[in-house]
Design a protein around this ligand. Structure first.
Ligand code: ARG
Length: 444
């Protein structure tokens, strides 16, 4: 049952420990293993390592496996080490010796790399789609609540007037930078490792440009040793992308928890989205935002986790790398769930009105008073001093007339510009190439 079987039996405990969770996680890579294999055999035929008829038979069998995977009928059997072994086993069972020809010029080391890179491209596409939906929700809320003023804080001390327009819009724009970081992970994933085999290439005249084109990779990892060194690095870069998204969401979640506290009282969630207490009958807690914060804080530890797992590994393949799948694959799902729930909760927030009328925000407009004097020709430092002394002497009279504020940053959310920026960033992925690839390799 092992690709490397030479007649001996593997110790059951060793088998269990070395396979670990890998068989389960590999299921997520199955589709990509088939796509990579179709590209590989197409290339093998072009360099005469397969006959035309052989290629057709293998391609058809691989397409059948792909359909089984999509229909949920693909399983990695007990005793089979991983997805790569299972696919080869099915081919050998259905096509006999022909199935055994598929692995020329390839190793599971470049195979798992290519699987992961294809998988990450798809996952990043899903994430960017989800992030865009959340981004649109945040901008819709920003637009809807642009006139609702809230205190801005520095040092958590009341500072200057802000607005819910600015607050929602800030997290929307933050997501654009996170997508830029995901784009960098995408570019690193978008380089073909196939042909590097075990990490030292092959003596066959493999046409690596051909598999690069078939799999719609932008480029390849030219150096075969570096291609293998990319294992773990690709995952780490994806993790950095996730960590950036997570840092946006965890900060936003923290703000919501604060703003929902009675001491702030800026917003509420509908009762159905809150949870209660077993002892305090009045409680309506924002657990959803607390767990969002916690999930996102955990995700931010991921790059460090992967760094430590790769720390001091020399060049070349090591089984250590397998374990990184246990970190990065579930984290991708965790991230997606967080984005979905964040969007759902954000859409359902109720924003309070007349927040800044509370006397505790009396000094919120002190800079406005200074600016008014500046407009009258008083030098800024003198105006600052005058207002400062008035405050000290209790002579400061807050003017809630925010006409100036509305002409300045608060009234100017630049929603269209922010939307354009997101569009520009997302158009750089060229996700349409992924569908082209599947269409070419699998057909429809
Ligand atoms: N499950 C392995 C991994 O994720 C696949 C590659 C196995 N290669 C090997 N030389 N044992 O790394």
């Amino acid at each position: 049952m092992k690709l490397w079987d030479k007649g001996g039996q593997v110790d059951a405990q060793i088998e269990k420990f070395t396979v670990g969770l890998d068989r389960e996680l590999d299921n997520q890579l199955a589709k990509y293993d088939v796509l990579g294999s179709i590209a590989h055999i197409t290339m093998l035929e072009s360099i005469d390592l397969l006959e035309k008829e052989e290629l057709l038979l293998l391609k058809q069998a691989l397409r059948d496996i792909y359909k089984d995977i999509e229909a949920g009928n693909f399983v990695i059997e007990d005793g089979v080490e991983d997805v790569h072994s299972q696919v080869e086993l099915i081919l050998t069972n259905t096509l006999g010796d022909l199935g055994k020809k598929i692995h020329s010029g390839r190793s599971r080391n470049d195979q798992v790399l290519v699987d992961l890179k294809l998988f990450f491209r798809d996952k990043i596409r899903e994430l960017v789609g989800d992030i865009t939906t959340l981004f649109n929700s945040l901008l819709a809320q920003a637009d809807k609540h642009k006139d609702i003023l809230i205190p801005g804080y520095t040092h958590l001390q009341v500072a200057m007037p802000s607005s819910f327009g600015l607050w929602f819009g800030a997290y929307a724009e933050s997501l654009i930078d996170d997508v830029i970081s995901l784009h960098s992970a995408y570019q690193i994933s978008n380089q073909n490792p196939l042909g590097s085999a075990a990490g030292y290439g092959s003596s066959f005249p493999l046409n690596r440009q051909m598999t690069t084109d078939l799999l719609r990779f932008d480029s390849m990892n030219y150096n075969v040793v570096y291609a293998q060194m990319g294992r773990g690095r690709v995952e780490k870069n994806v993790a950095f992308g996730l960590a950036n998204v997570a840092s946006t969401l965890s900060k936003m979640a923290m703000d919501v928890c604060l703003y929902m506290s009675q001491n702030f009282d800026f917003l509420t969630l509908p009762d159905a989205l809150t949870t209660g207490s077993s002892i305090m009958p009045h409680k309506k807690n924002p657990d959803v935002f607390e767990l969002l914060r916690s999930h996102c804080n955990r995700i931010q530890g991921l790059p460090m986790q992967i760094t430590l797992m790769m720390n001091n590994l020399p060049s070349g393949y090591f089984r250590d790398l397998q374990l990184i799948k246990e970190e990065i694959l579930p984290a991708l799902d965790e991230m997606q769930e967080c984005i979905h729930i964040a969007q759902y909760a954000i859409d359902n927030l109720t924003i309070k009105d007349n927040i800044i009328q509370d006397p505790k925000y009396r000094l919120l407009f002190s800079v406005e008073e200074v600016n008014k004097l500046v407009l009258e020709g008083v030098p800024f430092r003198d105006a600052y001093k005058k207002v400062g002394l008035d405050i000290q002497d209790g002579k400061f009279d807050t003017d809630y007339n925010v006409a100036h504020t509305h002409e300045g940053s608060i009234g100017n959310l630049c929603i269209d510009q922010v939307k354009d920026k997101m569009k520009k960033v997302t158009s750089q992925f060229h996700f349409e190439k992924l569908d082209e690839m599947t269409h070419d390799l699998i057909g429809k």
